[in-house]
Design a protein around this ligand. Structure first.
Ligand code: AMP
Ligand code: GLY
Length: 430
């Protein structure tokens, strides 16, 4: 079969890399792809934008694509699934209705409340005064979120009332996130440790991927502004087997059942961003209707099952009986960003040292293949991922290989996985 992956990030590179390993897959196209997918011998870039639904479906028809898999959220929220389905094409993607779980925080919070799915106490506001007053009732820290899609940047964890007020004004009066911030959710801060729990759903059944954990802050020690993710590893040690079962029972199953109740058959990847508290109780921080980036990179490194086969089973609504097998190793990925990210960042620098011989994989994101070589074209540039017998071993392998890579303004965190490594060393007791 032929597969078309829609997107251009590290997530799409990792998905395409995994699809290409399937014996059942003859060709993998990536639209529009990046410098890394351009260089990979077994992948082919096609120059079609992710929001050009007609361009994508025309290509799928011309090429006889068996399955299109959509990476990023914007085309999902805009309804790419119904466009493909109306043409009789198979597209692994939740419908626009289902994608509201990511597209609107107010929708999600109200949905969670309706079905008694654990999440932080909250209210949603369109005017400044009431939002500020409610924030004061929640104590500090308090969390302010733009309602709509803001590329992972629309959340402020305010440590002071002044910060909370500023965030509310930025979103509601100064419109720094445009339409996405015309409504805000103000919610209570949840203490604990975060984990990403991603499943593949076929409308009725689901199968979980291995757990993972990412680092959202730009600087070491989880300091500085949030990014799309600066590194990730799998498994997430905080999610023990009993906690994983609890997540399935208390969060994933009631969510899929609640959606069905409302006439929504969720098909595709569903990503629950969770906070696990001291007692092991999970709460939903957010849902994404796609795979995580950079969680995809370590999870795909560990996946031993045929990704194409299960994705096809999901679109055909016959996931029942399937399961996913993962290597017992730990995988860890470190994202390399361009100077300035997550604010305005530098582009155009030439990247050298990518000829990595050992076991690491380099998944590209903001790179572009030009006549001058491989150039930086995005904020998150690439991720180096490796497997190891422990989190520490995987981390050491990644950083060793990362030393060889260079470009002007290169920035990466040096502590990805630190919590898991401390846990491994029994420094953290829970
Ligand atoms: P979100 O985009 O909703 O995932 O939020 C981005 C990040 O903000 C999360 O990964 C958390 O680190 C943090 N965050 C969001 N909501 C909360 C909350 N209620 N309590 C604690 N941290 C939160
Ligand atoms: N790494 C977080 C996300 O993909 O949203």
């Amino acid at each position: 079969m032929k597969i078309l992956v829609v997107g251009s990030g590290g997530r799409e590179h990792a998905l395409a890399w995994k699809f290409a390993q399937s014996e059942r897959v003859s060709e993998v196209f990536v639209a529009p792809g990046n410098g890394g997918t351009a260089l990979a011998r077994n992948l082919t870039n096609v120059d079609i934008a992710v929001m050009d639904f007609k361009g994508l479906s025309d290509f799928a028809i011309e090429q006889g694509i068996t399955l299109t898999v959509v990476g990023p959220e914007a085309p999902l929220v805009a309804g790419i699934e119904s466009h493909f389905v109306a043409l009789g094409l198979k597209c692994l993607a939740p419908s626009a209705d289902a994608a509201q779980l990511e597209g609107s925080k107010t929708f999600t919070k109200n949905f969670l409340a309706r079905y008694n799915i654990p999440t932080a106490q909250y209210e949603s506001f369109q005017s400044v005064g009431p939002a500020k007053r409610y924030a004061r009732t929640l104590g500090l820290p308090v969390v302010i979120k733009a309602d709509g899609l803001a590329a992972g940047k629309g959340v402020v964890v305010a440590q002071t009332t002044a910060q909370a007020d500023l965030a509310i004004e930025d979103m509601l009066s100064r419109n720094i996130f445009g339409e996405a911030g015309s409504r805000v959710v103000v919610e209570a801060f949840l203490p604990g440790e975060e984990a990403s729990f991603i499943v593949l759903a076929d409308g009725a059944n689901y199968i979980p991927f291995a757990t993972s954990q990412d680092h959202k802050a730009i600087f070491d020690g989880d300091e500085g502004p949030n990014t799309g993710g600066m590194g990730a590893y799998s498994p997430a040690p905080v999610v023990t087997d009993p906690i994983a079962s609890r997540i399935c029972r208390q969060i994933i199953e009631p969510t899929l059942a609640g959606l069905l109740d409302e006439g929504i058959h969720y098909t595709g990847f569903l990503y629950a961003g969770l906070m696990i508290d001291q007692t092991g109780a999970p709460s939903v921080i957010e849902f994404n209707c796609r795979f995580g980036d950079p969680e995809t990179q370590p999870v795909m490194m560990r996946l031993e099952s045929d990704l194409a086969e299960v994705c096809l089973a999901a679109v055909d609504h016959r996931l029942e009986g399937h399961r996913l097998e993962f290597s017992d190793s730990t995988a860890l990925a470190v994202v390399v960003a361009s100077k300035g990210y997550p604010e305005a960042y530098e582009t155009g620098g030439v990247i050298t040292g990518l000829e990595i011989e050992r076991g690491s994989e380099v998944f590209h994101a903001g790179t572009q293949l030009t006549a001058d070589g491989l150039q930086v074209s995005g904020g998150r540039v690439l991720a180096v991922a490796a497997l190891g017998d422990s989190v520490l071993a995987a981390q050491q392998a990644v950083y060793q290989d990362l030393e060889k890579i260079a470009f002007d303004g290169m920035h990466f965190r040096r502590d990805i996985g630190y919590r898991a490594i401390a846990r491994e060393a029994n420094l953290i007791d829970r």
